[in-house]
Design a protein around this ligand. Structure first.
Ligand SMILES: Cc1ncc(COP(=O)(O)O)c(C=O)c1O
Length: 397
């Protein structure tokens, strides 16, 4: 029996393979400090858990509308309207089991398979963008990010990739894996290009609450942009709810089509989790704010410690809970071929990170080496973990 080429070629988050390696070492009793996991190390706030328990006890256990419980969509619409300063109606909103499914739905809603429709996406970036573009039969067009620009992209690089076949541009700010932010001036340029060349923008805003040094800016807030922007956000990162599987998206035209896709795939988002989401958005924000403050502090600590290592250069990222230090000099110094070899060496020495290759193919002409650390881990682990990196890179490990 044959398996389709589409399935055999399906991409993945190769980070999970690195993670399996780490877990194996831990099972073998080895001492490993891990900077691999892209999820908050906090428990979900108590009030949110209680809302879900209440929902279960009240019998909120059946299917819901595919777009989501209307009252929860009202909450999401209010939240989007307030935080993005636009008028989002509940009818524009769909709720799914995580933000991730919307990547595929948006690509399916804006491209047709096999006809050369193109989607531009950030590279390095969340690997599911590329894999879903290909799985949906569209053509992936990677947009290089520039370290010089704080891991945003050069507008000219974007301009050079736009063609008559461009259907959608994916942007992600704050960004995984670099923590980079797209500045408002650049969003304004992107908006002009989107209008001139008539393409959609998928704005992946799952790290919005984790924006540290400036106010978060959404491209959907710019004049005339909400119509052509799919805003996607989720409860995973800002409310420590990765396992609850809750994501939400809005667009005035595509909202109902997302619901149609959900009918075809998930039926609806988990019913009781939707009530937890309503509490997360409408309830007290103190716990969430405390988490953000803690990530902010840990970001500063991680960057400071990494920059004390000879051969490591780490930019101060504006958001998310990742740093993406440049380790080109460290690789040279140690005589290792690239960041993947460095990753393996670090793992042997008790510290787990991810390499840039886990976040996309290398951009042509780019010989710089990077690793990703998630600092969603305790401060003492950050101190000891980075000390281990220092010992390996500076010798004497
Ligand atoms: C950029 C980006 N988008 C989307 C997601 C998916 O989040 P969710 O847990 O809501 O599916 C992630 C998760 O790591 C992410 O990093």
């Amino acid at each position: 029996m044959e398996i389709s080429k589409r399935t055999k070629g399906l991409g993945t988050e190769t980070a999970f393979e690195a993670l399996a390696e780490v877990n194996k070492r831990v099972r073998e009793g080895k001492d490993v400090i891990s900077f691999c996991i892209g999820q908050p190390d906090f428990d979900t706030p108590r009030n949110i858990k209680e809302a879900a328990i209440r929902a279960i006890n009240e019998g909120k256990t059946g299917y819901t509308d595919s777009a989501g419980v209307f009252a929860v969509r009202e909450s999401v619409a209010r939240h989007f309207s307030l935080t993005r300063k636009i008028d989002v109606k509940p009818e524009h909103v769909a709720i799914a089991n995580g933000a991730k499914p919307f990547i595929a739905y948006a690509i399916a809603c804006t491209t047709d398979p096999g006809v050369g429709d193109e989607v531009i996406y950030p590279n390095p970036g969340f690997p599911i963008y590329e894999s879903q573009i290909i799985a949906n039969g569209a053509a992936p067009v990677p947009l290089p990010l520039s370290e010089k620009k704080g891991f945003s992209f050069e507008i000219d690089e974007l301009r050079a990739r736009i063609s008559k076949r461009t259907k959608m541009l994916i942007i992600n700010s704050p960004h995984n894996p670099t923590g980079g932010i797209i500045r408002l001036e650049d969003l304004e340029e992107v908006a002009k290009l989107a209008k001139t060349h008539d393409f959609w923008v998928y704005s992946d805003e799952v790290y919005r609450p984790l924006t540290y040094d400036r106010e978060f800016a959404s491209i959907a807030s710019l004049p005339g942009m909400y119509e052509r922007t799919i805003i996607c956000d989720g409860a995973s990162k800002g409310y420590a709810m990765t396992g609850w599987r809750l994501g939400y998206a809005a667009n005035p035209t595509l909202g109902p089509y997302f619901a149609r896709w959900i009918t075809n795939t998930e039926s609806c988002a988990n019913h009781m989790s939707q009530y937890a989401l309503m509490e997360a958005l409408d309830g007290p924000q103190e716990e969430s704010r405390k988490m953000v403050d803690s990530f902010h502090e840990r970001r500063d600590l991680t960057v400071k410690l990494l920059n004390e290592i000879e051969g490591v250069k780490c930019l101060m990222p504006g958001g998310a809970f990742y740093v993406f230090p440049n380790v080109t000099a460290a690789c040279k110094k140690l005589g290792v071929a690239d960041s993947e070899e460095l990753r393996k060496l670090l793992l042997e020495n008790g510290v787990a990170v991810l390499a840039d290759k886990h976040f996309g193919r290398r951009n042509p002409g780019d010989n710089e080496q990077h690793i990703r650390l998630s600092y969603a881990t305790a401060k003492d682990k950050i101190i000891e973990g980075v000390a281990r990196i220092k010992r390996v890179v500076e010798g004497g490990a």
